[in-house]
Structures are given as C-alpha cells and as structure tokens.
Design a protein around this ligand. Structure first.
Ligand SMILES: [Mg+2]
Length: 130
C-alpha cells in the first residue's frame, strides 16, 4: 500500500480548499459565514425551512434551560448557555447568508434601529416598525 503524498493532495485539490478561505484573525465575520456555509447540507427552499426552524429550535433550547432553572431549580453552567447561543448564532448567520447579509450587517442594522428608537423615546413598546 502506497502512502498519500503532497502531490496526491494537490491533485485532489486539498490545498485549493484553503486558498479562498478567509483568515479568521483577519476577518472573523467572513470566516464564520463561510464556516456556516460549509456545514449546511440543504439547498433552496429546504434550506430556508431548515435554517428557520433550526433558529427557532435553538432559541427554544436557550429558553428551556432558563425555564427549568426556575421551574425545577435545574442549574446549568454558563458554558451550557453559551453553547446554545452558538447554535442560535449558527442559524442566524445561515439565514443572513441567504438574504445577502452577514453578522456585521445584522449587528449594524440592529444597533441603528435601537439607537433610533432610543432617540425617539420608543425603546419600550411593541411593533416591528415603531
Ligand atoms: Mg443546541
């Protein structure tokens, strides 16, 4: 049996996979967007449905942990919530990727919206477009 060598890996395109991959230290938002894309298995309408339900499900997992803390005195480690928030982030970025955004754009739009509401004195209340 022959060992795989560098030229085998080059022929396979192994090194090409890292050519266009953004560098984490240089641009963590773009790196993570690509990371998420590489993990998504569904396409088109199926992807939209799966990613949307995934976001709701993972947000539900955060809620469940807090609910059980109050209902059952079921304590959890901070790290457990952080892991679930990572799952929420994954699906948030997956959906942002579909709609032509990224985490930076989502954060900036959210900050602009909340700053505007604060300046107009409507931080409290309800309605998407107040
Ligand atoms: Mg989870």
């Amino acid at each position: 049996m022959r060992m795989i060598n560098r030229s085998d890996l080059e022929a396979f395109g192994y090194f090409d996979m890292f050519q266009n991959s953004p560098d984490y230290e240089e641009d963590p938002v773009r790196f993570y967007s690509q990371f998420v894309e590489d993990k998504i298995l569904t396409k088109g309408r199926d992807r939209l449905i799966e990613n949307t339900l995934g976001l709701a499900g993972e947000a539900g997992e955060v809620s469940e942990k807090v609910k059980k803390l109050f209902r059952d005195k079921n304590r959890f480690k901070d790290e457990d919530i952080l892991k679930e928030l990572g799952d929420v982030l994954f699906y948030t970025v997956a959906l942002a990727n579909i709609f032509g955004g990224n985490l930076r754009k989502v954060m900036e739009m959210n900050m602009a919206k909340l700053d505007d509401r604060e300046q107009r004195g409507v931080l409290k209340g309800s309605g998407d477009n107040r």
